[in-house]
Ligand binder design. Structure first.
Ligand code: XMP
Ligand code: MG
Length: 173
């Protein structure tokens, strides 16, 4: 166990309050969740943001069943919402190399949003390869492969209510 349910809940509440204060009631905020890892975090975060808002989802692939990023990012599901003139907040589970978000950010900026910010639950600063600005951060974590609260290894463990470090023997053969 790395981060327990109580710690997650407290941090999500604080992030939600900070986001609500920063954007304000007239921002017509759009949360863009990056599937599937964002799901638990995004649903808790959305409930902690006391503003009128809408949400949409995008899906990209970079990992498959491996724990290392290939650096190649592919869009699997696009948004349904027109971003032009919207205040967009990307909601991610984790930033590792930063390659996924650097790609997504550049793609979404081409659609002329009024603003584009990034919120991630977890961040592995040691592993960064691409420079991405993180506006809202839950926790910095060490360079370990983590699962739970939406994060998976080969699609498993997403339903754990806490964030745990995956034992290397699970993925090292
Ligand atoms: P990059 O390297 O592009 O990777 O920043 C971001 C995506 O990689 C996945 N990822 C993880 N997934 N435990 C996971 O379950 C981890 O420790 C981990 N590190 C990276 C994740 O899907 C993220 O969107
Ligand atoms: Mg993932």
């Amino acid at each position: 166990m790395l981060i327990d349910q109580t710690q997650i809940q407290a941090r999500v509440e604080a992030l939600g309050a900070q986001i609500a204060a920063d954007y304000g009631a007239n921002s017509d905020l759009l949360l863009v969740g990056v599937l599937k890892g964002c799901t638990m975090f995004m649903m808790d975060l959305a409930r902690a943001i006391d503003l009128p808002l809408t949400f949409d989802f995008i899906a990209v692939a970079s990992y498959g069943a491996s724990t290392e990023s290939s650096g190649v990012v592919r869009m699997i599901k696009d948004l349904e919402t027109d971003l032009a003139g919207r205040h967009v907040l990307i909601v991610e589970d984790i930033i590792d190399s930063g390659l996924t978000l650097a790609y997504l950010r550049s793609q979404l900026l081409r659609r002329n949003p009024a603003s584009l910010r990034i919120c991630t639950l977890l961040n592995k600063p040691e592993r960064r390869k691409a420079d991405v600005p993180v506006d809202y951060l839950g926790f910095d974590i060490p360079n370990e492969f983590v699962v739970g609260y939406g994060l998976d290894y080969a699609e498993r463990y997403r339903n754990l209510p806490y964030i745990g470090i995956l034992k290397p023997e699970v993925y090292s053969q």
